[in-house]
Design a protein around this ligand. Structure first.
Ligand code: P53
Length: 474
């Protein structure tokens, strides 16, 4: 049984839906210089040095939410949404990140969006940094490898808390802060505006900039509580539980090692200090960037709740590379023969969601919010304009059932569920339009064909009923 005020809803991020990349005084963000990838050819997204002619930058147009938000929010209200999660594009508020004063036009845009939501009784749930940091922060300051980024972020956060404190109660600081545990250029730029240069040690830079982000996050939590004690600030963890590939003890230890390396970020956010297994790693590697002042800040800025996304689970097999430390290597991840996968290779595991809810709750005993969960698929629009997306209903139904069991049988404290994404948007990992998650079809595709018109899929009516019955009838 879900609580009476359970926050049923959906989630998006500004850069994946808004478009209008040069309107309202917005500055260039790091995703504005990321090209589209392609799941069919396997071509990855590329980061270009500034906006170059002839390149395809899908986030420049998104699905034009900037001009469609009233229509979109009306559709969410029709489904009975209680909450809508989006992000505030940092570059609409501070176009370069280092300005003295915020951009009023940007602030006004989010006032309008929040007012529109509140008109229907939909609660905005807001992420401050969701893969869209200022490009100037990356180019001119080195992103979060530089401590100056901490001040820039905290300034941005304070402006938002002050301005929207009476419209937004639930906040999150850095979206999927732990994706960078795999320190690829894509992950480092999305998380911390870090550009890798020749000779850089990506792993070191990841720990350094993640540390600065965690300090910035703790300062933001503290500031929010000072500005208004009613505000709740959470972390946002990209959670994909790691199973051992077999009961072999080494596989078990490998899975534990992977869990440590991928999720230590949560320990810092929730407990206010680093776990010993990471401090030991820093000792071995000679990393020495945590100051006494930082420790104090972390201990004073513990999060109020755990926000997390869940799409899939992983399995890992010990290959002997990491004797003693059991550090994880991407090559150790193997297919789980018990699970099916999406067309993008994401392994579908509803019960894994229940496992993850328990894992978080056992460790932290904090309220939780599932702020992303959804099924990216190729949809087919029929002649009559409908989309029969039963596979999406099946996916969501099984996951909601698992989370309901976690509440009913395990007693985890769950505040809400915002699925990803109520209307189709641009994919974050591949930059595609054709990877669709929505209950609402957006007429636009990878080839830039379409007029952005919106229409309801079969799942639209299904989710409306789920909300109506507070998750009793799936
Ligand atoms: P897309 C990787 C693995 C799981 C979730 O992802 C991830 C990522 C990074 O892309 O990201 C989250 O669009 C993220 C959203 C994103 C969503 O999952 O790649 O917070 O911005 O769109 C779905 O299919």
């Amino acid at each position: 049984m879900f609580r009476d005020d359970f926050l049923w809803g959906g989630a998006v991020a500004a850069h994946q839906c808004e478009g209008a990349w040069q309107e309202g005084g917005k500055g260039i963000s790091c995703t504005d210089v990321e090209t589209a990838g392609d799941n069919v050819t396997g071509a990855p997204r590329r980061l270009t040095d500034g906006v170059l002619p002839g390149e395809d930058y899908p986030n420049h147009v998104g699905v034009d939410f900037y001009h469609h938000y009233k229509e979109d929010i009306a559709l969410l209200a029709e489904m009975g949404f209680k909450a809508f999660r989006t992000s505030i594009a940092w570059t609409r508020i501070f176009p370069r990140g280092d300005e003295e004063t915020p951009n009023e036009e940007g602030l006004k845009f989010y006032d309008d969006v929040f007012d529109e939501l509140l008109k229907y009784g939909i609660e905005p749930v807001i992420t401050l940094s969701h893969f869209e940091l200022p490009w100037a922060l990356a180019k001119e300051y080195g992103g979060f490898r530089n401590r100056k980024a901490i001040d820039m972020f905290v300034k941005f956060a304070k402006v938002c808390f002050e301005r929207y404190q009476h419209k937004v109660k639930y906040w999150m600081t850095f979206n999927e802060i732990n994706n960078q545990a795999d320190p690829t250029q894509h992950n480092l730029i999305q998380e911390g505006a870090v550009l890798l240069k020749e000779g850089d040690d990506a792993e070191y830079l990841m720990y350094l900039s993640a540390h600065h982000e965690l300090v910035a996050s703790a300062l933001a939590v503290k500031a929010a509580h000072e500005i208004n004690p009613d505000l709740k600030v959470g972390c946002m963890i990209g959670m994909n539980g790691v199973y051992p590939a077999s009961p072999k003890p080494e596989d078990m230890m490998n899975a534990l090692g992977a869990m440590h390396q991928k999720y230590w970020f949560t320990d810092v956010h929730a407990r206010g200090h680093y776990p010993n297994y990471i401090l030991k790693k820093f000792e071995r590697k000679g990393y020495d960037f945590i100051t006494e002042e930082d420790k104090k800040i972390l201990s004073e800025g513990k999060v109020d709740y755990i926000g997390f996304s869940y799409y899939m689970s992983f399995a890992t097999k010990y290959q002997g590379r990491n004797e003693k430390t059991f550090d994880y290597f991407n090559e150790d991840f193997v297919r789980n023969e018990y699970l099916k996968a999406s067309d993008w290779g994401w392994q579908i595991d509803p019960l894994g969601l229940r496992w993850c809810l328990n894992w978080f709750y056992d460790r932290y005993e904090l309220p939780m919010m599932i702020v992303e969960n959804g099924f990216g698929a190729y949809d087919k629009k029929e002649e009559d304009g409908t989309v029969d997306d039963q596979y999406r209903i099946d996916y969501l139904k099984a996951h909601i059932e698992a989370m309901r069991d976690a509440v009913t049988y395990d007693g985890v404290d769950l505040l809400g569920y915002t699925m990803w994404s109520p209307f189709d948007i641009v994919s974050a990992s591949t930059g595609e339009y054709d990877k669709r998650y929505g209950f609402i079809y957006v007429n636009y595709n990878n080839n830039h064909e379409g007029d952005f018109s919106r229409s309801k899929k079969k799942s639209f009516y299904w989710y409306k009923h789920v909300i109506e019955t507070n998750g009793e009838e799936l």
